[in-house]
Design a binder for this molecule. Sequence first.
Ligand code: HEM
Length: 344
Amino acid sequence: MKLINLVRLSLALTFVVIMLGAYTRLADAGLGCPDWPGCYGHLTVPNEHHEIALAKTLYPSLTIEANKAWLEMIHRYFAGTLGLIIFLISFRCIREKSLGIGLPLTLSLVVVFQALLGMWTVTMKLMPIVVMGHLLGGFSLFCLLAILYWRLKDKSAPSAAALSVPKGAKGLAALALVVVVLQIALGGWTSSNYAALMCTRLPICQGDWTSYLDFSTAFELIQPQHESYEFGTLDYGARMTIHVTHRFGAILTTLVVIALAFQLLSAKSKVLVRTAVWLVALLTLQLLLGISNVVFSLPLVVAVAHNLGAALLLVTVLRANYVLFDRSTSRVTHSELLDKEGVR
Ligand code: HEM
């Protein structure tokens, strides 16, 4: 298979793995299997008599919940397959020497670290910092593969004059990337601390919420030891603070992303205008999904879509940065010149 097609496949699979991960986490199936990488000591969910007997011996205090265990294992099978494909991509990139070794090597290292985070998610019983890190790891893989894909896609085009970029667009794009990453981390923190239902009113929270704010506990990244972190361990004030911060984060994200979109719209470049339109569309979708999370008390499908929306928004902001900063900017111009001149 051509390398670019393998990267396309890995991008699609990463999207599926992110979705399965979100579904597993939000369906409270993250501890469906108490061990790793197997499930109750098996490679599939135990269902034969002798397998169940062994599971009971190994984990006498637990009851096998087959649905949850299957969710967890399906996520692991897909993630394992993705990991192997990414190793293959890294190997081929390094062998073909055309893209340097930095990006392919980073991809493989992130896969290894992501597998470790997957293991710690289980062994540390859903410790929020690990769960949030695992979410960010998945998004990082998606972004790295997207960069690899853009590099491969642009590789064949010869360079031309640099793209004329509106003043301030580069700075704004970099700021938008930082803000969106922080907002995603805050979302992961909201979810992993089970803070989604702490504020049921719009736009910020219900009642006298300001008097319950507790930032020091809310953002203590390494929390005190607990037997399990499932369903959260923080008290109301801390969880409410996390939720409220995510909402303020959404306001800031909206302002910065919209400002970037305006900048890009004023550029005389098809690719930047297209990116701006995508930014506005995905931001709108993401805000509507976030609000639906609150209004409809976190339906699973909305919560999963909110996670996927965040991944797409992130990659689109990254695309803006890539076009504005990367060497391939000039190649994009060349493609556009070809388009303009009707060469293709
Ligand atoms: C651009 C804006 C936003 C981004 C990038 C974003 C991103 C995220 C992410 C990545 C998560 C974690 C999902 C998961 O763990 O699967 C999350 C969770 C959440 N977000 Fe947002 N969000 C945004 C706006 C909003 C808004 C406007 C609201 C509500 C008014 C909202 C409400 C929530 C809630 C309630 C959760 C917790 C869901 C759960 O526990 O599963 N978000 N967000």
